[in-house]
Design a protein around this ligand. Sequence first.
Ligand code: LMR
Length: 333
Amino acid sequence: MFKSLVVAPCAALFLLLSPVITQAAEPIVIKFAHVVGDDTPKGKGALLFQKLVRERLAGQVEVEVEVYPNSTLVGDADEMQALLDNKVQMLAPSLSKFIEYSPKLEVFDLPFLFDDEAAVARFQKRETSRELLRSMADRGIYGLAYWNNGLKQLSANQPLRNPADAAGLAFRIQPSPVLEAQFAAVDAKAVRLPFSEVSKAMQSGTVQGTEGPWSNIRGQSASSQQSYVTETNHGVLNYMLVTNSRFWTSIPFAVRSELDGILLEVTQTVNAEAASINAREREQLLASGGATLVTLTPEQRQAWRAKMQPVWKSFEAQIGSDILRAALTVNRR
Ligand code: LMR
């Protein structure tokens, strides 16, 4: 049920003329659900949004942001449907999780496409990426911003130095055909699993490895068997902050403008701090003995790249050569 915001006729006219916040008929509740911890780039972003909304809108309009981390309200298998059903109003799934709704977003999953995080950040600012942000609006999913996490590493219960070391192992992946193809390229098996099931699957031996940015690997390290992390930086795991299109447009313009301003600020903070959060998580994981670092030589990294890069060609038609070309122009080689 969408919030009905009742405004007296003269107030409605006033609202049209000036973005002054008028008390909504009932409180606006934004349930923000996600699958990782509070201490990750996304978790911190959600909490900062909650805090700023409380501070900035206090005494003006009742907007409450409820944050549900660690899949406590919905997990990644059912979060998108929950958003469409307006059971949650804000999510920030990784870009791999939108493939069903916007296959062009698969560009972000292509292995070894971006040279570094700065290249990804440049791409996210390009017109192509801005269009991708709006590509699901007619399906009811409204993209508000890109939130960074970082580059992915490979973690496994054995050291992975050469692509042949991955052959025959099963890796947990997010629901993305590109990621499936990426692991098939090194003769490994890919198993799609929700994030909340990764630790259990590692413990039970259903999978022997996974991939993710340092903050996610650290978050799972206590309860999983990822004793080796190979620093491959082979792909990106960033997020799209999304809301339910109808819910968002049901919010009075003045309140929405205020929320947009807060989100801009939160996005800048998340994106400025993601790299240092990952660097800190990396240091802490390695210092605690939670994992052994495997550093690749340039030749070894090149061998992984050579195996995985042909995946680009297989997905070019689906993603669009224009989008692929636009992504390649952000590298500075
Ligand atoms: C994953 O499923 O590995 C990630 O999308 C989790 C997350 O939200 O960072």
